[in-house]
Write a protein that binds this ligand. Sequence first.
Ligand code: GH3
Ligand code: MG
Length: 284
Amino acid sequence: MLSRILAAEGHQVSAATTGSAALRLVESCEPDLILLDVMMPGMDGYQVCATLKANPQFQNIPVIFITGLNDADEEARGLELGAVDYIVKPFNEMIVRLRVRTHLELKRQRDILSRLSHFDGLTSIPNRRAFDERLVQEWKRACRAHDNLVVAMIDIDYFKQYNDTYGHLAGDDCLRRVAGALAKQMQRGSDFVARYGGEEFVCLFSGINQAGLVTMTEQLRVSIAVQQIPHSTSSVARYVTISIGAAFCQPSLDTSAFDLMAHADAQLFTAKHLGRNRVSLALL
Ligand code: GH3
Ligand code: MG
């Protein structure tokens, strides 16, 4: 009956008849909203809700309990588990439709805000907040999968002089071009680039070997050099160049993402010190 009412509103509805089937369905269709019964055979609605809220991938999907239990304690329990609303059966069609509409609109606005807060306004690539979150996720994933992880810190050479020579607006344009060129080099789903701040960018790679790392970071350096963006006051070339410091590690409980970042940063310092427009690598 709910499916029919909501489909008639133009929503795309998928239904499951048990808690475990619901969890599988959530994985395959990643819904914007979940309507959940409390009393079901096997796993009850509270357990399904708790399982969803414990999973970072699904915890932001709003859940509305729909139940025959008309009791304040039961309602409180559902809300405490993180549900956004509670509708008692027998329900009023109009009320269900309107509440669903409201919660979908709130979800839509939250998604927009989340996207805005994870992208850099100038270059349109992910920002430092997005990178920090991605690094934590990737670190945990790599620990579980015994995969390796690479952080590459990238800094434009003599960018202060670039601004002084061509003006701040041209500097902004240059940042956009560098960001675009770096983003083009991110070829696998797990490759990630963000603007770390100012004229600094950061990349995250996994599942590459040491030879691959050398090639990959050199390609990043070359991808900027070949743009031939004129830079008459650079002491290292006649065009804009970047320096890269990268660190490679096998995440484990003895090391931390912080160490990996610190080593990449130290390598960037080395690359600058050795003359810029080059890559410096550390294998931890
Ligand atoms: P180095 O080769 O050692 O990296 O020298 P540098 O001049 O690139 O480094 P420095 O840290 O001295 O200068 C960075 C400059 O980047 C200074 C700052 O004005 C500029 N910058 C940072 N963010 C922006 C931005 O959003 N737009 C523009 N146009 N410039 C920016
Ligand atoms: Mg710089």
